[in-house]
Design a protein around this ligand. Sequence first.
Ligand code: ATP
Ligand code: MG
Ligand code: MG
Length: 405
Amino acid sequence: SYRKGGYHAVRVGDQFAGGRYIAQRKLGWGHFSTVWLAYDTNTSAYVALKIQKSAALFVQAARHEIEILSSIADGTTPSNSKCVAQLIDHFKHTGPNGQHLCMVLEFLGDSLLRLTKHFHYEGLPLNRVRDICKCILIGLDYLHREHCIIHTDLKPENILLVSTIDPAKDPVRSGHTPVLERPEGNINSGVTSLIEKRLKRRARRAVAKISGRSDSIIGTGEAPKSDRNIDAIDVRCKIVDFGNACWADKKIAVEIQTRQYRAPEVILQAGYSFSVDMWSFACIAFELATGDMLFTPKVGEGFSEDEDHLALMMELLGKMPRKIATTGAKSKDFFDRHGDLKRIRRLKFWPLNKLLVDRYKFSGNDAHEFSEFLLPLLDFAPEKRPTAQQCLQHPWLNCKDSTPS
Ligand code: ATP
Ligand code: MG
Ligand code: MG
């Protein structure tokens, strides 16, 4: 992908925006961009520099993302309390592969996916889950109510922790001071290329792991780094990646959201609104508390991934009301006129409350309280799901667990 129209190759010490930003190390990448830790010489602070691929399609996508991020940054709420990543600057950068739009964002830490991995996919202590849920909800309330923006791709990879660690610290490079110029022989020196090879191997492993777990519409990758950051978290987090976000009255795509976090009305193509983000939020909250994804649909003999997904939802939440099941543009692909699935005839009902106790060994009380919090968010009727603002008032968020987190 490092060719004309693709990624811009960056070396440590490279300068951007007339020398204002200096590249330090790679933070991550996605299908649209690479993201670098950069030092801002104007403010003497570290920032995240997102460098988009240069082909027309990617330029257009970056313009859209910048438009959304700029409007978010213009809000009235004090910028630190927003729980949404802030755009600091944007500019064009010309390189051998073309002209790249670049976004300068506030620097953030590990994603929630890495955090669940840190807890060996066994779930986080409930007090931490509560803190993270509050942050996500504050971010969503801000996006939905103040800006009428639907994120449409909420998932653990797209929520980053606010790290209290010095961003210049790195497992392979121990320096704490920013790199201000390109180190001598950066690419060709033997030592560097050894480190680079090792990093690349680890990156490939990390990517294999991440891309192996979901059929995300758009894949993503984090550069390899140690888990040290995670020890320093105060569990504040921010929502990132607005590449797929839209204004509620200017929708772009019909098929939205990453598979496991996708709401039923999206599968049925019955129209959607802010409440699709609330569905994804509930899936994330479950995953944080248990370490497992709530729904992992698979294609089977004689049925599609979509139909399996609807079956899994109904096994957990009960039968979908006939009126909802039959009114989407794609309803006829899955449901007969009675509102029963066409190809998956027998459902094994396993209610959330029972699942939490039986499989995840929650106490009866914890399971009951957590289910009361999640179930309204997983209502098949999108308009019945609580808004982020309403959800923030829920008693579960404010009850205190006696076990330390
Ligand atoms: P996608 O294919 O998911 O749409 P993308 O090209 O739009 O990817 P992002 O998802 O915005 O790129 O960023 C890619 C990765 O870079 C993230 O998963 C994360 O690891 C890292 N990253 C992004 N923004 C920041 C930030 N503000 N601070 C630190 N790391 C970041
Ligand atoms: Mg992403
Ligand atoms: Mg994106």
